[in-house]
Unconditional design. Structure first.
Lengths: 162, 287, 109
């Protein structure tokens, strides 16, 4: 069935007609052209389609778009301000925590949720939280370093560009 | 669009949801967190013209302490259970088991009721819930009833729920005084994989001897399995001879099948090993 | 770093049908599987025919992970596993067979 819904995405309301069977991933990527939201495994295992729903990480490929109304949806496009990178993105760049970069938006959003929930995570907590984001270019060691750098950047600059 | 078109019905109350399920019969299914059902629909392994959204019914996701134990609403997410201060304080083994599922995103989305109603033989929560003597609440066209978890799992992906019946909560009684529980899970592949097997044990001791031992295993039978016939351990000290008899009971009752996560031979070896480990851990703990 | 291929990754076929065709069943290494510390040592051997001794970059260097793990297992428990992935079951079987046990074979392995 088709219906008109309003989704709050990156602090903007988007009203569109969707089918009940459309996933949030399909709406964000195919309809709204938010290219940072990427499909890979399609079964919630890889983290490429990670978005934040009321600040919590979820797989957009497993959600029906019509059930995401009334929630705050954040994609990578909602971090930073279009000019400046978010401190987590800066940290990924300076630690070179990416190679092909397909997994990067998902990792950055997972790290955002992690640091919002646990501002000073241990290595074990980082590993646990990020274990559902897969990187195929063997970048885990660099990503781990990037998380620590991001944590330092955020704690040094309490007012962060959002 | 990957999923075949369907209509999402959004009831405001349980009776309304039950009526929707009754009206559409086999054409409808309840939708909890949706993690499993959405995957199956995307793979086109299943199709239902109607899905009944349980998230629009208020009050199904509460977690609270009651006079006789703990009640977890069916729509509580795995993550809510994992992080719930009251669950962690009263039944840490339950919080831990829900924290093992998939990854943090799946746990944010998947619901407790969906997990149990899916009746996957290898999921982590059922073994600890079985040793703790949990039961589930169901509401259907003929009213509401409670089903002990032991009688809930009927076969691979089969439960005791009747058509149009909705799982609404799980209740876990307060564990016996002087008891301790443990859940050990073992993965043979990556850290986030389903377990090859999981073993939950609950031991109550009195004067240094076993008062009651309960064991439940996941991944080694078509359903999560509560081991029968352990009454002989009462008033025994859990020495090697007694543990051997316990292992014999386990061996008789499990029926693992070979798959990607191990052969039958291997799973039988690991079941023995992890039951031994679990008992040793509980027995040693209380010295 | 090749750890996934060493420990987990295998396409399993039954009657011509791939049975682990999604990331739920085909397991790759996660950040939790990464060793707590690892050190890479680059041994420079110039290629005879490459310009300035150059050879293909990238995954060539990763090929050493599987032998390193296999060597470590042999050093620790005295059995050598010669096919990937090196699963716990393969190690246990090799140990049991070394002790003279005859084990049931399984088609899915």
């Amino acid at each position: 069935m088709k219906r008109e819904i309003t989704l709050n995405i990156n602090d903007r309301d988007e009203t569109l007609v969707v089918d009940d069977a459309e996933t949030l991933l399909e709406v964000l990527r195919d309809r709204l052209k938010l290219w940072s939201v990427r499909e890979s495994c399609g079964v919630g295992a890889c983290g490429s389609c990670t978005v934040l729903l009321d600040g919590r990480p979820v797989s957009a490929c497993l959600l029906l778009a019509v059930r995401s109304t009334g929630r705050d949806i954040t994609t990578l496009e909602g971090l930073g301000d279009g000019q400046l990178l978010h401190p987590i993105q800066e940290a990924f760049v300076s630690e070179r925590a990416l190679q092909c970069a397909y997994c990067t938006p998902g990792f950055v959003l997972s790290v955002k949720a992690l640091l919002d929930e646990i501002p000073n995570p241990s290595d074990d907590e980082i590993r646990e939280y990020l274990s559902g984001n897969l990187c195929r270019c063997a970048g885990y060691a660099d990503i781990l370093r990037a998380v620590h750098l991001a944590r330092e950047k955020i704690s040094r600059a309490p007012v962060k560009p959002e | 669009m990957t999923i075949r078109s369907f209509e999402l019905l959004q009831p405001r109350s349980l009776p309304e949801a039950v009526e929707m399920l009754r009206e559409h019969g086999d054409d409808a299914r309840p939708l909890g967190g949706g993690t499993t059902l959405v995957i199956l629909m995307k793979q086109r392994a299943v199709h239902y013209p109607f899905l009944v959204d349980l998230q629009t019914i208020p009050g199904l996701n509460g977690i609270g302490q009651e006079s006789d134990g703990l009640r977890i609403g069916a729509l509580a997410s795995h993550r809510m259970v994992e992080l719930s201060p009251v669950v962690r304080r009263l039944l840490p083994v339950v919080a831990e088991a829900f924290g093992h599922i998939g990854n943090v995103r799946v746990r944010e989305t998947a619901s407790v009721g969906g997990n149990l109603a899916h009746a996957d033989y290898r999921l982590d929560p059922p073994p600890p819930l079985l040793v703790l003597g949990a039961d589930i609440g169901a509401v259907g066209p003929n009213g509401s009833r409670r089903i002990s978890l032991k009688n809930f799992f009927r076969g691979m992906y089969e439960t005791a729920l009747e058509p149009s019946e909705i799982l609404v909560d799980v209740k876990i009684p307060a564990p016996p005084a002087d008891s301790k529980a443990v859940y050990l899970r073992y993965s043979t592949l990556s850290a986030n994989d389903w377990p090859c097997l999981g073993v939950a044990a609950l031991l109550t001791k009195e004067n240094g001897r076993c008062k009651e031992l309960r064991l439940a295993l996941g991944g080694v039978a078509p359903t999560p399995l509560l081991i029968d016939g352990l009454e002989f351990t009462r008033d025994q000290s859990l020495d090697d001879g007694v543990v051997d008899k316990v292992l014999q009971k386990v061996e008789e009752q499990i029926s693992p099948s070979s798959d990607l996560r191990g052969s039958e031979w291997y799973k039988r070896r690991m079941a023995r090993l992890f039951v031994q480990k679990a008992i040793a851990q509980l027995n040693g703990d209380q010295g | 770093m090749h750890l996934g291929l060493t420990l987990f990754e295998e396409m399993v076929f039954e009657d011509g049908q791939l049975v682990n065709g999604s990331l739920l069943d085909y397991q790759v290494a996660t950040i939790k599987d990464m060793p707590r510390s690892f050190r890479s040592v680059v041994v420079e051997v110039p290629h005879a025919d490459g310009p300035f001794g150059a050879k293909g970059a990238g995954e060539t260097g990763a090929l050493t992970v599987a032998p390193a793990v296999a060597n470590a297992i042999e050093d620790a428990v005295g059995v050598r596993i010669r096919d990937l992935p090196i699963t716990p079951e393969k190690v246990l079987r090799a140990l049991a067979e070394k002790d003279g046990a005859t084990l049931p074979r399984d088609s899915s392995l």
